[in-house]
Design a binder for this molecule. Structure first.
Ligand code: AMP
Length: 397
């Protein structure tokens, strides 16, 4: 089975082609993408031409499904056929995820026009959080706000679900790995009597960042809230902010709402704090040159990461594995060391040599005596989308 995973940005189109064998094992066959896209229809044609030229598919008939990593839908989550209901759900929350929802709604429509016979599946980033306790999802807002959809949803679901599966495998807990793998089909299945719990804190630190608490393969809490501009400081998005700040700056700095929104999404986060860029590498380089703003930006990021790890540690009642994933988490030993500093009493201790040596690859970086394993697991969101697309298609047959 050939599954194309489409990753749509406001001006970009990235794709990965996975091939599944009869046993359900996936191989990444091709990946590519285009920047400055103005016409998704043309990008889809180009993608197909590229895959044909490379001999990966002969025609659209060789594609068995397209998976979309959709972000947030009004009244829809999980892994579902990407049909009119999904397009309406994306439209319904375009105000909350303006950078993500319109491109996906348009992209799904274009795929339907261009490749009508190829089934389309949407895996929402919110899917992993469907079983969070209600208390972890509620804001203390009036009921009408809640009814309008104002609650904590959680994002980076595909990435954290991959961590849930892979960390359980690495810790020798095939029972939990299987429970996590089957989550979107079967919900949280009962554990075997007497099975030990598995408590994982997953840190997706990249262009955008979030921390998720995972018990027995199921998310129980997240740093992300109503929108992906919550939690830790993001690249150029604000992260957590007291709600009083918005009316305050509107009144005292005389800013219209649209300008406040623009600044919170384009000029805030690591960029706003540091002035040195929105890429952690640039921020760290400026900090190393002695730039005080950049140094503070790094410290704010570390502070926020520890804040959310602490929240999950208490919620889970301890931690069996702390996992770093995504661009920053996989590649930056300094930040991992700073985030884990002085946590020995809480059972988390790094091995400095292992930590320093591990970049961009999977492995363990905890000290021999650490109660919790500290792991690096490279992000593999597209694989999760591809797998769930296959399962959704097979379930629909
Ligand atoms: P991602 O969102 O997973 O693609 O991660 C992209 C981000 O990872 C970039 O914007 C960088 O901030 C960060 N990143 C990548 N490599 C490094 C590195 N060696 N050190 C610090 N940050 C990095």
């Amino acid at each position: 089975m050939n599954i194309l995973v489409a990753n749509l940005g406001s001006t970009s189109f990235k794709f990965r082609l996975f091939r599944f064998d009869g046993a359900g094992n996936a191989a990444l066959v091709a990946k590519g993408g285009y920047e400055r896209v103005t016409d998704y229809g043309k990008a889809i044609d180009d993608c197909l031409t590229e895959l044909q030229a490379a001999g990966h598919v002969r025609s659209a008939a060789d594609l068995h499904g397209v998976g979309f990593k959709t972000v947030l839908g009004r009244g829809v989550t999980g892994c579902v056929p990407a049909d009119d209901r999904v397009i309406q759900a994306l439209d319904g929350f375009r105000e909350i995820a303006p950078a993500h929802n319109p491109p996906y709604a348009l992209g799904i429509q274009r795929f339907r026009e261009k490749l009508p016979a190829v089934p389309r599946v949407a895996l929402f980033e919110t899917a992993f959080y469907q079983w969070m306790p209600e208390a972890a999802t509620r804001y203390a807002v009036p009921p009408a706000w809640h009814d309008a959809g104002v609650r904590r949803y959680g994002f980076h679901g595909a990435s954290h679900k991959f961590v849930a599966e892979r960390s359980a495998e690495l810790l020798g807990r095939e029972d939990i790995a299987e429970r996590a793998r089957r989550l979107y089909q079967a919900g949280p299945t009962p554990l075997a009597a007497g099975a030990r719990p598995l408590r994982v804190i997953s840190c997706h630190f990249g262009g955008s960042s979030s921390v998720t608490g995972i018990r027995d393969g199921v998310a129980i809490g997240t740093s992300m809230g109503l929108s992906p501009q919550s939690g830790l400081p993001q690249n150029n998005r604000v992260g957590d902010l007291d709600s009083a700040a918005v009316p305050f700056v509107m009144k005292t700095l005389n800013l219209p709402l649209a300008e406040v929104e623009r600044q919170m999404t384009k000029e805030a986060g690591l960029l706003g704090l540091s002035g040195a860029g929105n890429d952690m590498r640039d921020v760290k380089a400026a900090a190393a040159r002695g730039d005080a703003r950049a140094q503070l930006a790094v410290e704010v990021f570390i502070h926020s990461a520890r804040h959310w790890i602490g929240a999950m540690l208490v919620e889970l009642g301890g931690c069996d594995a702390l996992v770093f994933t995504a661009g920053i988490g996989e590649n930056n030993p300094d930040l991992r060391a700073a985030i884990c500093a002085n946590l020995g009493e809480l059972g988390i201790a790094l091995d400095p040599v292992r930590n320093e040596a591990l970049r961009g690859a999977e492995g363990e970086i905890s000290a021999a005596g650490s109660r919790a394993k500290v792991l690096v697991i490279p992000a593999n969101e597209e694989l999760v989308v591809a797998r769930e697309t296959v399962r959704c298609l097979q379930a629909g047959r």
